[in-house]
Design a protein around this ligand. Structure first.
Ligand code: ZN
Ligand code: FE
Ligand code: FE
Ligand code: ZN
Length: 267
């Protein structure tokens, strides 16, 4: 069984359920370990430009941290990690680093959700895909993914081919971009995240694709696992498919995190 290290909470403004509900679901499904990784406050925007439907307010963050630590105390039968999903925004590395240094995180998930300010994974902003050259979108996206690894800020790179979310795909698949990303992950020592939420969107496929994950495997990149649950029911969702994908790509181990140190676990 694999840990679910990518779970959100209602604090982010677009997830539902109680945090205890996520823990109960994990216990019910027999997961060995979980971790909360809610969206970081939008540290790169002025306060009046931050969207309460996308991420929690800075003032709520200490409460999020203490709630996770408290749940860990009250649920000794399951490991509960303290994580956070941090947007990678070039030019704002110092601010991200400061945020990361202030809490006792077990792991930091780095995410690319913006290309030059365009929230390309936002269902309300998909018109932009037909206005731009898709090859250029993919190149910019993978540049940012490589940048997120090279920033040195993160333990895990989330949903590494998120750009396929709405089904806008390059044909043939951009293997050279995957290879560059896999090399950047290997060189910088980050884990690649196998994230099952891609099955629940038009892409209809786990992030990353099998071809991309195979390249990560051949570069020796370790793996982290997550559902990206935004409600308790989705904790550990489609983990059988994730395990099958991992095996097909040649993986036999996933990663457990303790205070930003790693332990290998057999799958
Ligand atoms: Zn979210
Ligand atoms: Fe994300
Ligand atoms: Fe997420
Ligand atoms: Zn995510």
């Amino acid at each position: 069984m694999m840990p679910d290290y990518h779970m959100h909470t209602s604090l982010c403004g677009h997830a539902s359920g109680e945090m205890t509900g996520y823990v109960e679901e994990a216990l019910k499904k027999g997961l060995p370990e979980i971790g909360f990784s809610d969206h970081v406050p939008m540290y790169w925007l002025a306060a009046h430009l931050r969207d309460a439907g996308l991420a929690m307010d800075e003032t709520s963050f200490p409460g999020y941290v203490s709630r996770v630590l408290q749940l860990r105390e009250t649920n000794p039968s399951i490991g509960i990690g303290l994580g956070v999903e941090v947007d990678y925004i070039p030019g704002w590395e110092k601010e991200a680093a400061k945020f990361i240094s202030e809490y006792p995180f077990d792991y930091i998930i780095g995410s690319v959700h913006y290309i030059d300010g365009w929230g390309f994974d936002n269902p309300g902003l998909t018109d932009e895909y037909s206005r731009r050259d898709l090859g250029e979108i993919y190149r910019q996206y993978f540049d940012l993914i490589c940048g997120s690894a090279k920033s040195g800020l993160f333990d895990v790179i989330a949903h590494p081919d998120l750009v396929k979310k709405f089904g806008y795909r390059l044909s043939p698949a951009p293997l050279e971009l995957y290879r560059q990303a896999a090399r950047a992950f290997a060189q910088t020592g980050v884990c690649v995240e196998v994230n099952t939420s891609g099955l629940r969107v038009p892409a209809g496929e786990i992030y990353p694709s099998l071809e991309f994950l195979r390249l990560c495997r051949s570069e020796g990149v370790p793996v982290s696992t997550g559902s990206d649950a935004h409600c308790p029911d989705l904790v550990g969702a489609n983990f059988n498919e994730a395990a099958a994908l991992l095996r097909e790509a040649g993986y036999r181990e996933v990663t457990l995190f303790r205070e930003r140190k790693r332990i290998k676990a057999r799958i």
